[in-house]
Design a protein around this ligand. Structure first.
Ligand code: HAM
Length: 452
């Protein structure tokens, strides 16, 4: 009998469950400490942009009534028809882990009577979203978005400023050369007429379409325009063009947005096939790509647009709005792929080493003093050997190591070693915090040599 089976047999006989470690769910990830500097940096940058452009942060519920998303995003969309994590709760009916946050922002605007605030209400959010998609690089079932929404204003300058914000945000992260694709999909009425034409056209070509696209044709025909399928892409060139069906007001709105973008010198690409995968959009829609869009690539960094009808659709007063959101995991993948170095992170400034029991007690107390003085201090209190502690200090990359041993405890002193120059000095223990502060402020070792 193979060894494994031998081991397994007695456990089973004893009725104990097999010891299989719990697994992460497919498409879900932990964000480990090693990656946190990237997360912190993207979040800090987003927050500083929110502050700079006057967006206030909102924390939104992660679980909502399913109908919020089916009404907002649309029953026939991929998100609602295939990708939501939905379950029946004991008392609250059908609930869904949010697949995106715009619907929740619109709900929150109504819930909290934000129409009584000065308009536009400008909101920023950050948090996890959930879509039951097939996982692959840059596509997860739990992912994070940061987003900006401006509610209560239909002026095209809002659309342009959101695109400007997105463009500058990516530039600030070091992601140059991003491509902004932009289009207008008009009002639902104009689109309705257009879709009739589009369906007529694609029906005449139905035989040529693969099964999945045939399904699109009957359920969500607009998506035939941004299909990845090569046959569809060929056929769409001769299809009726959405721009020709736009109502005059939407056309004027779009022209204005374009004018602003030109004035602001923001590079963009007009993409007549950009329709987005959510039903709530009206007029301007846009997407942010890492570079010129590669055929079949699955890696839009962000997307957004106007959703002038959404708040009314959810039972609020008619309220125009626009916004966009970006996938944080995809941003971080780009930062890593381009080898972009993060700016200085909050690493330790000094390291505190100790030798012997009496020194350990003094060191723990001193650590508290350093910490409360705002000096980032590394330590390995559970280790006793100086060599191990100096190795740890080296890993921290600190310039100064504070060493306290038996002799220093008796003398009431402490030794400071400059790791760059190797110079050591002995100072009065009570003056440690002040002395270290001075050294860090000077950025150089100005002390005496070898304890003299
Ligand atoms: P979206 O295009 O569905 O738009 O998602 C925005 C971004 O979220 C995408 O461009 C992508 O970077 C990221 N993303 C989406 N799905 C995944 C996934 N499965 N894994 C990793 N990242 C993903 C919206 O969600 C709209 N709420 C945007 C918006 C805001 N429109 C108006 N305001």
């Amino acid at each position: 009998m193979p060894k494994e089976k031998e081991d397994a047999a007695p456990k089973k006989a004893a009725g104990r469950p097999a010891k299989k470690a719990p697994q992460l769910l497919r498409g879900f990830r932990d964000i480990l400490p090693v990656d946190q500097p990237y997360w912190r940096w993207v979040r800090n940058t987003a927050e500083s942009f929110a502050a700079g452009y006057g967006f206030e942060e909102i924390g939104l519920a992660i679980l909502e009534e399913t109908s919020l998303f089916s009404r907002s995003i649309g029953n026939q969309t991929d998100i609602v028809s295939k990708e939501m994590f939905t379950f029946i709760d004991k008392s609250d009916g059908s609930l869904t882990l949010r697949p995106e946050a715009t619907a929740s922002v619109a709900r929150a605007y109504i819930t909290h009577g934000m129409l009584n605030l000065p308009q536009p209400v400008k909101l920023y959010y950050w948090g996890p979203m959930f879509r039951r998609e097939r996982p692959q690089a840059g596509r997860q079932r739990q992912f994070h978005q940061l987003g900006f929404e401006a509610l209560g204003d239909d002026n095209p300058v809002i659309d342009a400023q959101l695109i400007l914000l997105a463009y500058n945000f990516f530039k600030a992260l070091g992601l140059d050369g991003i491509s902004i694709q932009i289009n207008s999909i008009g009002t639902p009425q104009a689109r309705h007429e257009y879709v009739k034409e589009l369906v007529g056209y694609f029906r005449s070509k139905r035989k040529l379409l693969p099964v999945e696209e045939k399904e699109r044709l009957s359920k969500n025909p607009l998506r035939l325009l941004d299909s990845k399928d090569p046959v569809c892409q060929q056929l769409r060139a001769d299809a009726p063009q959405l721009m020709d069906w736009l109502d005059d007001a939407s056309k004027t709105h779009f022209m204005k947005v374009i004018e602003y973008l030109d004035e602001l010198d923001i590079p963009y690409t007009l993409n007549p096939y950009l329709v987005r995968g959510l039903d709530y959009y009206t007029r301007t829609v846009f997407e942010i790509w890492p570079g010129e869009q590669e055929e079949g690539a699955q890696s839009a960094l962000g997307g957004g647009g106007r959703y002038d009808g959404l708040i009314e659709l959810l039972g609020g007063r008619p309220t125009p709005a626009a916004g966009f959101s970006c996938g944080v995991e995809r941003i971080i993948l780009q930062l890593k792929a381009r080898g972009i170095a993060l700016p200085h992170q909050d690493t330790a400034e000094v390291f505190l080493a100790q030798i012997g029991d009496a020194a350990k007690i003094k060191a723990v107390t001193l650590f508290e003093q350093l910490r409360t003085a705002g000096i980032r201090t590394g330590e390995s209190f559970s280790k006793d050997g100086l060599k191990t502690q100096l190795e740890a200090a080296h890993k921290h990359g600190v310039q100064y190591v504070l060493i306290i041993g038996q002799k220093e405890v008796l003398d009431g002193t402490i030794l400071i070693r400059d790791m760059e120059s190797g110079v050591q000095e002995i100072i009065d223990f009570k003056k440690t915090v002040a002395e270290i502060k001075k050294k860090l402020a000077n950025g150089s070792n100005s002390g005496q040599v070898n304890g003299l």
